[in-house]
Design a protein. Structure first.
Length: 795
């Protein structure tokens, strides 16, 4: 064991002990950790424990092992048996997780997926080698197994990240560096996987490479990060015109509206507090409302908690950083109505959560020892409002689904109670729900049936008329229904105060499908299981899922196939603000960013919009004509080059703006259109010595997206190919054949370079300046001295 690996493990164990985490938790022979000893990574990171991210097993990663065995089968090697990892690898796995969470302060999902999963694959490939003894062949085999895992290339990228950022960075292996051995085999499967890796890397890192160049004036930078047009407008139609079919959808519609107006990150969206409304008053120097003086008297702000802030890391982990975002006046009514409606319909859920938090019980409305009719407990535990034999009238269902107002739900509940008392409860439904939980006959279950006096029922159970002990029901919920536990864990704010789930705006019933039945609704006023809105829920509702908002509310078949990511809405709003000329400092402030540079990663303006956004100095507007103004915008954006540009910048530098703009106004005719692109060079006095031979490699040629230009170059290429063929067919001793062939091939190579250049780029940016007359191309030998003196005398 080398000293670096030893220190890595020791540091992790010390951090785990400091945070009360049991090292090397007990597990069975298959590597399954005892349930009570699992690591909840969200809790370790200082986040609310739900939704949990667990380390629940210390075995090889099963899907990766399948890919590894397929690879070994192709090589004729023995397969790896699914088993618990050796002790040293278990230590390494736990230590890497602790480093990511408690030392590097990364997210739980990153620790599990980007580090933990590839590490378990490496352990499976190591055979009898210990972590610090791994060989280059081990790394290569594991990398190729990762290439076969999944269809996106992410597994292989994550594996290379593990080698580079964990093993090599900390010198944990004796043979570091090992990342250079993350290479694909020569077989087709490996090559296909490597192509996926390269494509994904290009997509992730395309901020400045050639693959991100725009082909015409209207192409946008990194447009793949914007929502697809059809998907965005269909989503707008859905949330603003469709009636939500479920209570949860009513909450999701409001979340989408909020995202469109504010551009919040999805993690910021789901933790908007119920106490969100803030107003700022504006007065003049005399204390009178600013509106009386032509200004704005008051403005609405949304209180929320910003992510990715310098102050969002507390002593115990991640904390919420409180801030506020101004709402444009045109959206104030929309925000007040939308969020006010959500506040109203979630009030029963909020009140129930608060009582549960205060009492520590699931059903605080009853005494623990109380015996309650199973039909009365049914809507509280199962969530369904339909308890009577009489179905819920369609009219009441439609009225409720128009607004999900608590008063409309009360009408449904009153109807069901009245009919349950008059004609009895729905014994079939009650039996279906409770029969697997209640002891009956010789079948021992978790709940004991009682009569209304608290006497145990012996013999057949009257399913429409039996009682349960509240204490026993709560115990069954605690032990047998973990996915239905209400969210009670609080957040910590940056000032140390607690924010409880009942303080949040977006609350949802947990794990209840009554809304989807069409003839039933969730009894949100009584249902015990209430949870916070989750980021994964909103992402699933907009993603390519069979139950997404698009799939369930889409107007046409094409609309139902749409999908998008919630974060793309943030990109869209950011780009729109840039497009409308809003200052980058204001945009940065609005989106809670730390630097202006971060905002430009969300800038998706087209080249035409970039040029339009350039503000011309007053002197330029005064002195330049329309053509010259267009030329100046292109010069300011570094979109063109040539003698005019060089001279303009020299005059501006030496003589000032006035002289430079006068020069540009006189020379702006130098923006020439040629059959091969455009050229910015002044030929008012001297004609171009290479006129219409820009394809010979002139640095001033700039391609455009005009189709005729492409066709001209293609015809020229075909003509040059025929000329070369004719020269090559001539006898080898023909006078000048060699020079003619060399010259023709150079021309063909330049033409092909021009053809392959993207619109808006210079094919020969490093090429010669062919616009200069021959006598301008002075050498620096003694023979050139007289030419230089003669030229200087004319100047």
């Amino acid at each position: 064991m080398n000293e670096f690996y030893q220190a890595f493990i020791a540091t992790a164990k010390e951090a785990a002990a400091k945070n009360g985490i049991r090292w090397n938790p007990p597990c069975d022979a298959d590597g399954k950790i005892v349930k009570s000893e699992r690591w909840n990574l969200r809790e370790m990171r200082g986040l609310p424990p739900q939704p949990a991210v667990w380390i629940s097993e210390l075995c090889y990663h099963r899907p990766s092992t399948v890919a590894l065995n397929a690879l070994r089968a192709d090589k004729g090697a023995a397969p790896v048996e699914q088993a618990i990892m050796p002790a040293d690898w278990r230590d390494f796995y736990l230590a890497a997780t602790v480093h990511e969470l408690l030392i590097k302060k990364n997210k739980p999902s990153h620790a599990v997926n980007t580090v933990g999963t590839p590490l378990r694959l490496l352990a499976a490939c190591a055979n009898d080698l210990r972590p610090w003894e791994i060989m280059p062949d081990t790394v290569t085999e594991a990398y190729n197994a990762a290439l076969r895992s999944g269809a996106s290339g992410k597994a292989a990228i994550s594996f290379a990240f593990l080698i580079r950022r964990v093993i090599d960075t900390h010198h944990l292996a004796d043979r570091c560096p090992l990342e250079r051995f993350c290479i694909a085999y020569a077989d087709e499967n490996a090559k296909a996987g490597q192509r996926l890796v390269e494509e994904r890397k290009a997509w992730l890192n395309n901020h400045g490479n050639l693959g991100n160049l725009r082909e015409n004036l209207h192409d946008r930078k990194r447009e793949s990060r914007l929502p697809e047009e059809r998907a965005f407008w269909e989503l707008v139609r859905i949330v603003f015109t469709e009636a939500p079919k479920t209570f949860a959808d009513a909450i999701r519609f409001a979340q989408v509206k909020l995202a469109i107006v504010t551009g919040f990150r999805v993690g910021e969206n789901v933790v908007v507090p119920a106490d969100w409304e803030r107003w700022r008053e504006y007065v003049d120097a005399k204390g009178r409302p600013a509106g009386e003086r032509g200004g704005v008297s008051r403005s609405l702000m949304i209180r929320h908690f910003a992510e990715k802030q310098a102050a969002d890391e507390g002593v115990e982990g991640i904390v919420l950083y409180e801030t506020a975002q101004h709402v444009p006046p045109m959206f104030e009514d929309l925000i007040q109505k939308t969020l006010g409606h959500v506040t109203r319909i979630t009030r029963p859920l909020r009140e129930r959560l608060k009582r549960q938090m205060e009492t520590g019980r699931f059903l605080p409305e009853y005494d623990p020892g109380e015996f309650v009719h199973a039909g009365e407990l049914y809507p509280r535990v199962a969530g369904s409002a339909w308890v009577a034999r009489e179905p819920i009238p369609q009219m009441l269902l439609e009225q409720y689904r128009q607004s999900y107002d608590p008063q409309a739900l009360k009408a449904i509940r009153d109807h069901q109670r009245e009919h349950a008392e008059r004609s009895g409860r729905d014994a079939k439904t009650i039996r279906y729900y409770w029969q697997n939980l209640v002891t009956h006959g010789r079948t021992k279950r978790y709940l004991t049936p009682y009569d209304k006096h608290g006497n145990r029922i012996v013999g057949p159970i009257p399913w429409d008329n039996f009682y349960l002990c509240v204490r026993e029901v709560e115990e069954v919920i605690r032990e047998r229904m973990p996915t239905k536990h209400p969210d009670l864990a609080p957040y910590t704010l940056a000032d140390g105060t607690k924010l409880y789930p009942y303080d949040l705006l977006f609350l949802l019933p947990n794990n209840c499908n009554a809304d989807f039945k069409g003839d039933d609704v969730i009894a949100v006023d009584d249902y015990f299981s209430v949870g916070r809105a989750q980021t994964w829920d909103l992402m699933n509702m907009l993603g390519p899922r069979p139950f997404s908002l698009f799939a369930r509310y889409g107007e046409t078949e094409e609309d139902r196939k749409c999908s998008m990511t919630p974060h793309s809405i943030r990109h869209l709003q950011n780009a729109e603000l840039f497009r409308l000329g809003v200052a980058d400092t204001i945009i940065t402030k609005r989106f809670n960013r730390r630097s202006v540079a971060q905002s430009y990663q969300y800038d998706h303006r087209s080249l035409a919009e970039d040029l339009n956004a350039i503000d011309l100095p007053p002197v330029a507007l005064e002195k330049l004509g329309p053509r010259a103004q267009e030329t100046y915008r292109m010069i300011a954006a570094d979109k063109v080059s040539g003698p005019i540009v060089d001279e303009f910048r020299r005059v501006q530098r030496e003589l000032g703006d006035d002289a430079a703009f006068e020069y540009l106004d006189a020379e702006a005719d130098g923006l020439h259109a040629t059959p091969y692109g455009f050229c910015l060079s002044s030929f008012t006095i001297d004609p171009c010595p290479k006129h219409l031979e820009c394809f010979a490699g002139c640095r001033h040629l700039t391609r455009t997206d005009i189709p005729e230009e492409q066709r001209t170059l293609e015809r020229l290429r075909d003509q040059m190919v025929r000329i070369i063929a004719k020269i090559e067919a001539a006898p080898t001793d023909t006078v000048g054949r060699k020079n003619q062939l060399r010259h023709a091939k150079e021309r063909l190579e330049n033409i092909e370079t021009a053809l392959n250049a993207r619109p808006g780029t210079q094919p020969f940016a490093e090429g010669p300046d062919l616009s200069k007359p021959a006598e301008d191309k002075l050498g620096n030998t003694v023979l050139d001295t007289r030419k230089q003196i003669r030229r200087a005398s004319y100047d």
